[in-house]
Write a protein that binds this ligand. Structure first.
Ligand SMILES: [Zn+2]
Length: 74
């Protein structure tokens, strides 16, 4: 999956709208379960299997990045 957009954000916790790059299926996380740091964007999001087709992101899928740089404490 890849992050399509953020629906809500509180500090680094956010609710994301995710889209499958294979079949276009969209899924919203339930509540603020996504975390806006580099690890989440680089490793966690691409490892989400699509609920519709079961595929994960290709290794060459462009990655998103956190809005808040890692050294900023919020
Ligand atoms: Zn899919």
């Amino acid at each position: 999956m890849r992050l399509k957009k953020k629906l809500k954000q509180s500090r680094r916790d956010f609710q994301g709208l995710y889209e499958c790059e294979h079949c276009g299926h969209e899924v919203t996380d339930q509540g603020l379960r996504s975390y806006d740091d580099a690890y989440f964007h680089l490793y966690v999001i691409p490892s989400f299997p699509c609920p519709a087709c079961g595929k994960k992101a290709d290794p060459n899928t462009p990655k998103t990045a956190p809005d808040v740089p890692a050294h900023i404490v919020i």
